[in-house]
Design a binder for this molecule. Structure first.
Ligand code: UDP
Length: 244
């Protein structure tokens, strides 16, 4: 099969992924590392199969979302650790959606982790490592020139649609989607697409029956069984999607 994806120079190295150029100017390769970081990279580690699992889980989810009409940067899986994606300009905003109270919102608002949110909570953070990705509001985003108010409305709508689809998918896999983060990108022809990854690194996933955490909190909180949890999420999603 002709893939047209001869890997060229490294364009960028992040905490968990490396981006390589290809022979096609509009396409890049994403390589998923086994490295894990948390708390703004103050906690570092790595665990077996993390890169493989996050690549595989992201592929399953992005293929599913594409089928449901969500435009994404995803083109195709190349191998265990790599996928080919459309080159986009990443909007430096993290869109965090919360269906249940957890993590930084539990701390910030003094709420107990695990409570279902009566209303979906949408947070945005400014993607800026030096500042520790601070929580911002729409006015800050506009002030910083990250987006216009109109663009933000579209981006929140896009995020809400993705949330609805993911809640349903994870529910079928016996998982509660407590919260998650996405990143959006703009293609060279000005299309807004879902970029980056969706994996247990970027979602909080709780077993529907037992409440067991099956996500990066196992690493953040030293709960053990991190690799097993990522494999479990992958197996469950695969089973659900194969039966569709
Ligand atoms: N999240 C992420 N990358 C970040 C920050 C958060 O993927 O840089 C995800 C995180 O895994 C969780 C959700 O966004 O699913 C909400 O995270 P929160 O704001 O509670 O921060 P955390 O507890 O991760 O510090």
């Amino acid at each position: 099969m002709q893939f047209n994806m001869i890997k060229k120079e490294q364009l960028y190295e992040g905490k968990a992924k490396i981006i390589y150029a290809t022979e096609q100017p509009e396409e890049v390769v994403v390589y998923f590392k086994d490295d894990a970081t948390a708390f703004n990279a103050q906690k570092r580690g790595s665990f077996a199969d993390k890169g493989e699992m996050n690549n595989a889980i992201t592929v399953l989810i992005y293929e599913y979302l594409e089928k449901q009409g969500i435009p994404t940067h995803f083109i195709q899986k190349l191998n265990e650790r790599e996928q080919l994606v459309r080159k986009v300009e990443i909007i430096p905003i993290e869109f965090v959606t919360r269906n249940y109270v957890a993590g930084s919102m539990a701390q910030r608002l003094g709420l107990e982790e695990g409570i279902k949110c009566e209303n979906t909570v949408y947070d945005i953070c400014y993607k800026k490592d030096e500042l520790g990705d601070p929580l911002i509001n729409d006015d800050h985003a506009v002030l910083l020139g990250l987006a216009t108010y109109e663009e933000l409305i579209d981006m929140y709508d896009f995020t809400a649609t993705i949330n609805d689809l993911l809640i349903e998918l994870f529910d079928e896999a016996g998982l509660i989607l407590a919260d998650f983060k996405i990143e959006l990108g703009i293609t060279s022809d000005n299309e807004l697409v879902l970029a980056d990854e969706i994996s247990p690194d970027t979602c909080r996933l709780w077993d529907k029956e037992t409440g067991e955490k099956l996500d990066k909190d196992r690493f953040r909180r030293d709960l053990g069984g991190v690799s097993e949890a990522y494999h479990e999420v992958h197996n469950r999603l695969k089973k659900v999607l194969e039966s569709k």
